[in-house]
Design a binder for this molecule. Structure first.
Ligand code: KG4
Ligand code: ZN
Length: 369
């Protein structure tokens, strides 16, 4: 079946058309057309997403992105080409979610097609079912298991600008009552912490990739960093996270070492701070993910969300997995499907549709798993 999906939960306006096949036993996805219009430039001067500006941009961009999709798909009448329309209903910024929902409702009416509501978090999780798996190959590590079938139980580390969650996934579809959320952040999401630290260091928005880039320039990274930031909750026996204290430690460090921000031409001092922050944040994520994998005898670890593109995270997790006696497969979607996109929403829509499930077609900013 062919699904057209719309995603507007934050600052990306995205539409995709996928051909979906294989049923619940072996879901397969072919991307027929995909388009993402990013609002990064609009929000950059403010150092973060401004909800009302984002809403305005979505309203402007949706028809443009839709026309680009139609052109790419090389079809004049979608009515005969797609079977289902899907739209993200939450979590996210409600004014932004509504723009996508309104657009989707009009399109569904115009084309006379059913419409289903999708949970953005399920989209991130199912992005692991999109091919090809990249990142692992790029790191020049051997692939632990190149099979496309994903073995359960799986531990999902969902890390984005809005979420930091560890999820126990026992099957492709959630059991009654949903998958077990083992833990989540009590304050800032890890991507948000990356963005805030970047802002303190006067790096451009979004800060995650900038912090990673600069951290890689620190020659002492991972060997002997002169700064040792705290690793919040790392020893606590639960699977929850907290990143706001770590962020505050960076703030105090910068206040006490004013020369770091004064050195306009020389980024080497900033690089040391970036790598110390990144090491602390990733250490917590990796330690807790590995502990969950061992406790629940995981056969697979799935990464997803914007921060899953971080190569330092991928590398550290993979190293830990390779040291284990039992074999665990680690999967990470291609970078472009870690960031917000409509391809993952179409994939989640297919799996929901096969179970006759739809989330209510109504924006829900706090929708959980
Ligand atoms: O999944 P996503 O695109 O949007 C949300 O649903 O939040 O995630 C965006 C977040 C931002 O905070 C961004 O800074 C972070 O992911 N991010 C990264 C990297 N790439 C994106 N954080 C660390 N390292 C990266 N390479
Ligand atoms: Zn997201």
């Amino acid at each position: 079946m062919r699904i057209l999906a719309i995603e507007t939960s934050c600052d990306e306006t995205a539409i995709a058309i996928l051909e979906c096949d294989g049923g619940l036993a072996n879901p397969q996805f072919k991307v027929l057309a995909e388009e993402v219009s990013s609002q990064i430039e609009t929000h950059r001067p403010f150092g973060g997403v401004v909800p009302n500006l984002a809403k305005r941009e979505h309203i402007q961009n949706l028809p443009i992105v839709y026309n680009q999709i139609i052109q790419k798909f090389k079809i004049l009448n979608l009515k005969f080409e797609i079977d289902l329309i899907a739209v993200t209903v939450g979590p996210g910024l409600e004014p932004c979610l509504w723009t996508g929902i309104n657009f989707a409702e009009n399109l569904a009416k115009e084309l006379n097609k059913p419409l289903i509501g999708v949970n953005h978090l399920e989209g991130h999780i199912y992005s692991n079912w999109l091919k090809p798996i990249r990142g692992i190959l790029n790191l020049k590590f051997k692939i632990l298991n190149s099979s496309r079938t994903i073995a359960f139980p799986a531990i999902v580390l969902l890390v984005s600008g809005g979420h930091t969650m560890l999820i126990l996934m026992t099957s492709l579809t959630p059991p009654a009552g949903g998958w077990k959320v083992l833990g989540e952040t009590k304050d800032d999401a890890v991507g948000e912490a990356f963005d805030k630290v970047a802002k303190m260091l006067k790096l451009p928005y979004p800060g995650g990739p900038e912090v990673e880039k600069l951290a890689a320039q620190n020659p002492k990274s991972n060997i002997q960093n002169p700064i040792n930031f705290p690793r919040p909750m790392i020893h606590e026996k639960n699977y929850d996270f907290s990143f706001s204290g770590l962020k505050t430690s960076v703030l105090y460090y910068l206040r006490d070492n004013e020369e770091i921000l004064r050195s306009a031409q020389d980024d080497s001092l900033k690089a040391v701070v970036c790598s110390a922050f990144q090491e602390a944040a990733i250490d917590v994520l990796v330690t807790k993910t590995m502990r969950a994998a061992e406790e629940f005898d995981a056969k697979t670890i799935l990464l997803c969300g914007g921060v899953a593109s971080n190569k330092f995270l991928q590398k550290n997790l993979l190293e830990k997995i390779q040291n284990l006696k039992s074999k665990i497969q680690m999967l990470v979607p291609p970078d472009k499907y870690n960031g917000d996109n409509a391809v993952m929403i179409a994939a989640a829509a297919y799996i929901n549709h096969l179970q006759n499930k739809s989330h209510k077609i109504e924006a829900n900013g706090n929708l959980g798993l």
